[in-house]
Write a protein that binds this ligand. Sequence first.
Ligand code: ADP
Ligand code: MG
Length: 219
Amino acid sequence: MILTLVAVRKSYTSNEGPTEILKGINLSVAARESVALTGESGSGKSTLLHLAGGLDRADSGSVIMDGDDLSQFSEDQRARYRRTKVGLVFQQFNLIPSLTVAANISFHAKLAKRHDITWERKLIEALGLEQYTARYPEQLSGGQQQRVAIGRTLAAKPRLILADEPTGNLDEQTGDAVLDLMLDLARSAGSALLLVTHSTRLAARLDRTVLLRGGKIAE
Ligand code: ADP
Ligand code: MG
């Protein structure tokens, strides 16, 4: 297993007091496996992804990535984890506006010390971005920006890609094409994939689908 969540709980506190969002999550993702995470809006899908990505801490339980328990990590160790082991793709592309497409794509791979120019060229070609490498993010369409964001994540060949509705703000046709590319390239990179999606059509393209309901993974 590349990722294992055991009895993970998470609550948020508002004016009305704490609300428990995740009530004992058990979930495993095998190396190279692709898993679709579905569930109603507000069910805690993004919360779960944030915990798996080391962006936030669980209240209790274990998040085990590649044999290490993230809940035991210091801030520094979690930051290193985010740089080296995991790749995040969100609905907001989070590209760096002052860097060209080419520099955006190599940015995380360089941070992770896995910069591989041959692999990057292959990604740029597969993502249809050859003619845009010298442009800046604001000079691209939404679909093109999302392809850059996917290229940036894949360039670092993370063991696990966490994607939160990555094609949610693209039109259906563009979204499907981008997701197909992401699945293909994740397979080439040997990355496992945990993908949040509302779409049963998209989920059907992955190895397995799990449903988050009532704070737990439904059986
Ligand atoms: P999903 O991604 O499935 O739509 P989320 O994980 O974003 O669900 O949110 C689950 C619930 O937790 C929602 O009710 C949301 O309002 C609440 N929530 C999410 N993040 C926070 C936060 N930082 N502070 C307080 N409440 C939050
Ligand atoms: Mg969400």
